[in-house]
Design a binder for this molecule. Structure first.
Ligand code: BGC
Length: 461
């Protein structure tokens, strides 16, 4: 069926382009770990200023996520992706060329704003174009791109570290961002956003390129019908179960970060140093290894997420993170294990990251693109995203202080304890969205049903 093949190819192009947003997200959060070593020398930075340079991106991301939601509802997903790519390019070039530390910090905030926007707009755009039966894996391609971006940034840091070329490290991000802006220009708007705006013909045109002709009418009708139900203001808070959707999204956002993933992504070399590895070479190698485990298990999640569903991956994943953290804490606590601590640290971090990559990594961004009503999707996703970046920032700036205050074992056990709370939250409150259309998920909230009942209904696709 050539029509079908062409459509699939087109969807894959759309997903690959939009996921460049994820690549930039990963690259720009990872690149600073290596670059900061040289920036510090160039500008003779105090530890406080170094911290500011590193966390400026996170502050920017919070700003971007706050402002992005309403823009997404108003101007559309496609335009907002283009805008974020343009902001990325400006930030990347500015940070690469700046003669002043103040401009470097400002540039990092600008880059952060773009990341904050891209982090939720790319999953939203993909989710609204994807057929329900493969939506999980298509949206998770964005998470894959984040993990690839992180590994690429480590490798670029490594490649340029001999020359100390931190400007190259930061500036290179301009290349994919320019490609993203140009490629996105040629791609269609989200059909759901078009229907919400009343642009029916355009929506049908877009659907005509990605769905069988027999499916188009039914899909447009279904979107219209669910919009009809959302008439009236304050829709997001008007219904207890919609408040529940908001609560679930925020819970996922908090726990994705509060279980400590970015202490590993940002501080893996420090953790390996705690475990007795002194050579920089080993630290870099082990850090790249952690990054590759992240990529590999995200690939596995992509294969599984539409087959076994979101909930099993989430629950197994968080359980695995808890196991990794408990072992890591034990390794630091028990003196009998001192001889093996290096190996145990590597193995437990690998278990921990692999578990994040099959669960909370992809599932958080996917779920927040699925569970909110179309009419307020931008605003609601942006709220969950703000919380995610805000907690990310809080964990990043408190990790070393926490280690100082409660010790290494205590720190990892605190994250493990939060993991247990996360597991219970997910078990009782997270719905199974596998195979459901976005409109079926909305209907479920409007019917006032509990999130967990969703999985028990037969899907329509
Ligand atoms: C998280 C990031 C994290 C990354 C690691 C993303 O889903 O939001 O905070 O650094 O995964 O792969």
């Amino acid at each position: 069926m050539p029509e079908r093949k062409d459509q699939e190819r087109f969807i894959h192009i759309i997903v690959s382009v939009a996921a460049l947003g994820g690549l930039l997200f990963g690259y720009d959060t990872g690149v600073i770990s290596g670059a900061i070593l040289f920036i510090k020398k160039s500008f003779s930075l105090s530890p406080q200023l170094q911290e500011i340079v590193v966390s400026a991106v996170l502050v920017g991301a919070v700003i971007g996520a706050v402002t992005g939601g309403r823009l997404a509802d108003r101007f559309g997903r496609r335009r907002l992706i283009i805008l974020s790519a343009v902001i990325f390019s400006i930030g990347a070039v500015a940070t690469a060329l700046t003669p002043l530390i103040s401009l470097l910090i400002a540039g990092r905030i600008v880059v952060g704003i773009a990341i904050g926007i891209a982090s939720f707009i790319a999953p939203m755009y993909i989710s609204e174009l994807a057929p329900a039966r493969v939506r999980g894996s298509l949206v998770s391609v964005n998470q894959l791109a984040i993990t690839v971006g992180i590994v690429v940034s480590y490798l670029v840091d490594y490649a340029f570290s001999g020359l100390g070329a931190w400007r190259m490290m930061l500036g290179l991000a301009a290349v994919p961002s320019i490609i993203l802006a140009l490629a996105m220009w040629r791609l269609p708007s989200s059909p759901r956003w078009l229907v919400a705006r009343g642009s029916m013909d355009k929506a049908r045109n877009v659907l005509g390129r990605i769905r069988r002709s027999s499916e188009i009418d039914a899909e447009v009708k279904e979107i219209e019908r669910s919009l009809e139900k959302q008439k009236g203001s304050g829709v997001l808070l008007s219904h207890p179960m919609l408040r529940m959707a908001l609560f679930v999204g925020i819970g996922l956002a908090v726990f994705q970060q509060l279980t400590g993933i970015n202490t590993v992504i940002y501080y893996a070399p420090t953790i390996f140093e705690f475990a007795g590895f002194k050579t920089a070479g080993f630290s870099i190698l082990a850090t790249v290894g952690v990054g590759l485990v992240n990529v590999a298990f995200t690939l596995l999640a992509i294969r599984l997420i539409d087959r076994v569903g979101r909930r099993p991956l989430l629950l197994v994943g968080v359980a695995g993170q808890i196991v990794g953290l408990v072992i890591l804490g034990l390794a630091f606590q028990l003196h009998q294990l001192a001889r093996f601590i290096g190996y145990i640290a590597v193995a437990s971090l690998a278990i921990y990251v692999a578990s994040f990559a099959i669960g909370l990594g992809p599932v958080f961004w996917l779920m927040i693109s699925e569970i909110y009503p179309l009419k307020v999707r931008g605003a609601a996703m942006s709220l969950a995203t703000v919380v995610n970046w805000g907690v990310n920032l809080a964990v990043a700036v408190t990790f070393l202080t926490l280690v100082g205050a409660v010790g290494r074992p205590g720190t990892f056990w605190i994250y493990a304890g939060i993991g247990i709370a996360a597991w219970l939250f997910f078990y009782f409150l997270v719905p199974e969205t596998r195979g459901k259309s976005l409109e079926e998920i909305e209907d479920h909230w409007h019917a006032g049903k509990h999130p967990r009942e969703l999985s028990r209904q037969p899907g329509r696709e």
